[in-house]
Design a protein around this ligand. Structure first.
Ligand SMILES: *Cc1c(COP(=O)(O)O)cnc(C)c1O
Length: 578
């Protein structure tokens, strides 16, 4: 499957956050993990790709929770010097009328067969910059919208100039979310011979459009960066602002980064089937496709399950499609591998909290950013019913984790509510634990070690969700709302269960409880062999599809190099004709 696509240039992938490795706090959550998994699969497949992001020297925050669940935050400083090589190339960008110098740190991400995907972390911490400018690449999603727009200039415009200074030959620019949209402005200026002045002809716009593709990641309005005209004029300059306005990149009087990205992209997509449709409805004047997310299999499959796979179907590493053959692995192997992953998780919980949990008890996992639409407290809608389920199941353990953005007060309040409910409802049958500082390593342990992964967002706000895919890779079924990836991944009773759509939170909580009562608990308690078969079909059906190897191939064929498709067959031609 070493699919090196022959051509003259490279794809440059731009992302505000990338989860490069657990020791580098350069990501916040799903978007960064997806970016990292994309690059890991590109490296495994030999796709000629380079990536640009910011150094984020102060990292994303470390979360502390008090006994009542009150979140406080610490910076997580790290040193690019320890992990990366400094490039000699330097470039500058104009910010608020100042000239800001930028350097790049290179991290070489090596794939399965040694192919390297270089990641360039842009850094303004240079002596020639002012104190403020030196801090521009410090905090991921920190500061206010002024800080954010300045960072986006460094990422988008700085990245394009750095690619040139490094001598890279890029023929596709991939904007992973709107944060990178200003790269289009840098490309346009380069097309026009530099500088912010001059009227672009349609051919100039088209030349930029030919090289750009864009992925949007959320239907939540707050997830789309917008800046006021005043901010744009002050930070970008009046010429550039006037040009963006003339090009139709303002909506409701605000510079809209999603709109900017769409205006200049020849291809745009959402991250799951439904999300593509929802995005299309938000921006009806553009064509928005969908490519469903995945996760990088060897990054998220636990060691015991990897060992089982290596023994039973060694080809899975080379080609994730072979995960489908898990269907022939003995049930006992699947159960034994998961049992070890569960023990490792419970040991981790023990060392973090001092709590001794029971490996024989049904254990649910719920870990994600504490955003209100994800409804972390839905499970507590009817506490008496939950207690009864726990008692009938012969015990129930529920593990929670997740950070709230430092400025998200409603999100922080949700964490406190879960912690309060955990204390109030906990008894011999029901154990509820909120684990501190959800990040890569804890995420991997949780998705691999619980028995059921729960997700109950308010539809349609979960664009994709990827944690349930990590669980599936480990044979762990999901119990989820039919939103994001789960619409495509749910086969009732085979890969997990759907929480049925309801008129309101009450109705959906009712469905969550009744699925636990009628499907999950009886199967887990009374039919271990059937449970093992369910785990096996979960891994076989969903592991073989919801991986980034499949996803990167789809980007390559549909977004990056559609013209390089193998000969279209007659059948396909007929199908596309209407
Ligand atoms: C996978 C992952 C996420 C994304 O999970 P969702 O299901 O999209 O919420 C967030 N944070 C961490 C640490 C992860 O590993």
């Amino acid at each position: 499957m070493h699919e090196r696509i022959p051509h003259g240039g490279q794809v440059a992938y731009f992302s505000m956050e990338i989860a490069i490795q657990p020791a580098m706090p350069t990501y916040s959550g799903g978007l960064g993990v997806l970016a990292g998994d994309t690059l890991r699969s590109a490296a495994d497949l030999g796709v000629p790709l380079v990536a640009f992001t910011l150094a984020h020297r102060k990292g994303y925050f470390q979360q502390h929770l008090s006994a009542t669940g009150l979140q406080t935050e610490d910076v997580q400083p790290w040193s690019p010097e320890e992990f990366c090589t400094e490039e000699a190339a330097r470039i500058t960008v104009a910010i608020e009328g100042r000239v800001v110098a930028v350097r790049a740190w290179r991290y070489d991400l090596a794939g399965l067969f040694g192919h390297i995907v270089p990641i360039y972390l842009l850094d303004t911490d240079l002596e020639e910059n002012s104190g403020w400018d030196r801090g521009l690449t410090d905090h991921l999603y920190g500061g206010d919208t002024n800080y954010r727009l300045q960072q986006e200039i460094v990422l988008g415009m700085g990245g394009v100039r750095m690619a040139k200074a490094l001598g890279l030959r890029v023929n596709v620019f991939h904007m992973n979310e709107g944060h990178a949209a200003l790269l289009t402005l840098a490309l346009l200026e380069s097309q026009l011979g530099g500088g912010p002045l001059g009227a672009p002809a349609e051919a100039d716009l088209e030349a930029v459009r030919r090289t750009c593709v864009f992925t949007t990641h959320t239907p939540v309005p707050a997830g789309h960066d917008r800046f006021s005209t005043e901010q744009a004029i002050r930070i970008l300059g009046s010429d550039r602002t006037a040009r963006l306005e003339a090009l139709g990149c303002f909506r409701d009087g605000l510079l809209n980064m999603t709109l900017l990205a769409l205006r200049f992209s020849r291809y745009a997509n959402g991250v799951a089937m439904l999300h593509g449709k929802v995005s299309q409805a938000m921006f009806p004047e553009f064509k928005i496709d969908s490519i469903t997310n995945g996760v990088h299999a060897p990054t998220w499959i636990s060691e015991p399950v990897q060992k089982m796979l290596d023994e039973q179907i060694p080809a899975w590493r080379r080609d994730n499609l072979y995960l489908r053959n898990v269907i022939a692995v003995p049930e006992s192997e699947m159960l034994a591998a998961h049992k070890r992953a569960k023990e490792e998780l419970l040991a981790e919980v023990g060392s973090r909290t001092g709590l001794v949990l029971d490996p024989n008890v049904l254990t649910l996992g719920f870990a994600r950013r504490a955003a209100t639409y994800k409804r972390a407290t839905l499970m507590f809608t009817d506490p008496e019913r939950l207690k009864e389920i726990a008692s009938k199941a012969g015990g129930l353990q529920i593990l929670y984790a997740g950070k709230a953005h430092p400025q998200d007060e409603p999100g922080k309040a949700l964490i406190q509510q879960v912690v309060a409910e955990a204390a109030r409802l906990g008894n011999d049958n029901l154990r509820i634990v909120y684990l501190e500082n959800y990040a890569w390593d804890l995420g991997a342990r949780l998705t691999a070690g619980v028995d059921v992964w729960v997700n109950n967002p308010r539809r349609p706000y979960e664009a994709s969700g990827t944690s349930g895919m990590k669980a599936a890779m480990n044979g762990v079924p999901s119990l989820s709302i039919l939103d994001g990836w789960w619409i495509e991944g749910c086969i009732e009773g085979v890969t997990g269960w759907a929480i049925e759509d309801g008129a309101d939170d009450l109705a959906e909580a009712d469905s969550l409880y009744s699925k636990l009562e009628t499907a999950v608990v009886p199967l887990y308690r009374d039919a271990p062999e059937k449970w093992a078969r369910l785990m096996r079909t979960t891994l076989a059906f969903n592991g073989s599809y919801f991986n980034t190897n499949r996803m990167v191939k789809q980007y390559t064929r549909n977004a990056y190099y559609p013209e390089r498709l193998p000969q279209t067959t007659k059948v396909e031609e007929a199908a596309y004709a209407d």
